[in-house]
Design a binder for this molecule. Sequence first.
Ligand code: GLU
Length: 296
Amino acid sequence: MKALRRTLIATTVLAAAAALTSCSSGVAGPAASAQPTVNSQATFAADSTMQKIHDAGKITIGTKFDQPLFGLKNPTTNQPQGFDAEIGKIVAGKMGIPADKIEWVETVSANREPFIQQGRVDMVLATYTMNAKRAEIVNFAGPYYVAGQSLMVRKGNPLGIKAPQDLAGHTACSVEGSASSTNIRTLVPTVHVTTFDSYSKCADALKNGQVDAVTTDNTILAGLRSLDPDSFDLVDVTFTKEPYGIGVAKDRKDLADFANEALKESFSDGSWAKAWDSTAGKILGPAPQPPVLGKY
Ligand code: GLU
């Protein structure tokens, strides 16, 4: 864990230094820090959730803090950077809330529903798969991306793992409360599953030989590997569909509807693609076609 945290910090500092260099040479800095449009004229129905948030002048968003490309806390600014954070800024901006009025709260996989239910966050954007079980307790807007579960192994793939079934009898690491841990147990009942509360801890466990593979979304694995390509290989397989949604409280359907509308606009006005290209797209390639809202 410590090792990966150090790498995360070092990488972020390097990225910040690179951004400074590119700014001073006249090249635009990373668009990840660009501010999405803030609609200061936004108006809402008097008793709506959006009006309450607008009146408060701030919004609380839960995201991951240790997932490169999607939500990785920058130790200098204390702000998370990545595609989830950018989409959060776009939705907040359309509500009239600027990025510096977003209060970011770390959510790990297992506390996303509880934090929404307890009102500790207004929205969760955290590589958060929309599924029927979760939709019984929270409202979802989206999807705003569709990932797929995959595998990461030690460099050179010493066990020759090509598919989830090859993990039979081996040990895979995943995260408590994630769709990934449930999926792998269902798909390969004989796999031994070690769980932590975050995927960066799984990457450390893989590196030190405690587990044979890490399994979660291809997006998360690509981000973790990008920090330490000499230690890890990605297996070129995806075996689930993970549509990423924005989670809000069950009694705040108006906020989910608003977020869907904001996503729809971001798909057509180019801000969604720009958010992708400036974050996850740097490793995962150009933005795909935007997903179909409501389909999961
Ligand atoms: N997308 C999956 C989920 O929401 C795995 C990634 C994660 O745990 O954040 O459970």
